[in-house]
Design a protein around this ligand. Structure first.
Ligand code: SAM
Length: 276
């Protein structure tokens, strides 16, 4: 429906879409918790559990403005590194306390060389994320970049893992974003996407429809003063391809060993693929 680029329709639609997303930025956290009854936190934890990053992992989190995936990643690698340090400390009983302090005081070191690059098209979302990073004490191993998933501002073969959580649905040309994901990943790198999907249980599906159309826009109006953005959110969820269709799109972009896991009866799914 947006192919009339020569009339500039696409640009107008794009601008309108960006403006809508921007308006939502600030109330984002509250709304996420209210809408998903807090379950979005579990889905994001599961994404990390599936990722299982190892020390030194270079992660690119696209559409990651609020930092939700980035902070989980940093906490995960930090905890993992601390466990390793504890084991090493036990094995180095002969060190003096000065030697120990010197060895383990550097904050960068506590990440074992891991790094997350957060990329988002919306400055306001990045701002929300940066403020949250400051509040949560995340400084090391984290960078913020303004950029479009369809035209990533990075060189080829740069990252070990690419994540996109509740972001690809908002991208105009999903196939283009998938190709970009493939381009910036190193050979052997992994693509992981957490996104709303198709509910596979008829009873849950009816309840979900009722909740989506009757409750979510009302919550949007009451909490964020923005009925339309949340109606748009529901519509974009409905338009998004099913688990199988999206799997095929990921394969078409050149990824291998593509799999998916439906969570909460398919309300969301995590898709995974590898660049070989
Ligand atoms: N990943 C975060 C999370 O799970 O909490 C934020 C998800 S939020 C629903 C969607 C994000 O996608 C917004 O921050 C928005 O600015 C971003 N976004 C939309 N279109 C984008 C694009 N073309 N490129 C990069 N980011 C985009």
């Amino acid at each position: 429906p947006t192919t009339e680029t020569h009339f500039g329709f696409e640009t107008v639609l794009e601008e309108r879409r960006r403006a809508k997303v921007k308006g939502v930025a600030k109330k984002y956290d509250v709304m996420n918790d209210m809408m998903s009854l807090g379950i979005h936190r579990v889905w994001k934890d599961l994404l990390l559990w599936k990722m299982r990053p190892i020390p030194g992992t270079q992660l690119l989190d696209v559409a990651g403005g609020t930092g939700d995936i980035a902070f989980r990643f940093l906490n995960y690698v930090q905890a993992q590194h601390h466990r390793k340090q504890k084991r090493q400390l036990r094995a180095q009983q002969n060190l003096s306390w000065e030697e120990i302090a010197k060895k383990y005081q550097n904050e960068e070191d506590s990440l074992g060389g891991s790094h997350v690059m957060v990329c988002d098209i919306n400055k306001e979302m990045l701002k929300v994320g940066m403020q949250k990073a400051f509040a949560q004490g995340h400084k090391a191993g984290l960078s913020w970049v303004l950029g479009d998933a369809e035209e990533l501002p990075f060189n080829d073969d740069k990252f070990d893992i690419y994540t996109i959580a509740f972001g690809i649905r908002n991208v105009t040309h999903i196939d283009q974003a998938l190709q970009e994901a493939h381009r910036v990943l190193k050979p052997g790198g992994r693509f992981l996407c957490l996104e709303f999907s198709q509910v596979n249980n008829p009873l849950i599906s009816r309840l979900y429809d009722l909740y989506s159309f009757q409750v979510i826009p009302v919550l949007g109006e009451v909490i964020a003063g923005d009925w339309k953005s949340y109606q748009y959110l529901i519509e974009s969820i409905r338009r998004f391809p099913s688990q199988e269709e999206f799997k095929e799109m990921i394969e078409d972009a050149g990824f291998h060993k593509v799999t998916y896991e439906s969570l909460t009866s398919g309300i969301v799914a995590i898709h995974s693929g590898f660049k070989l």
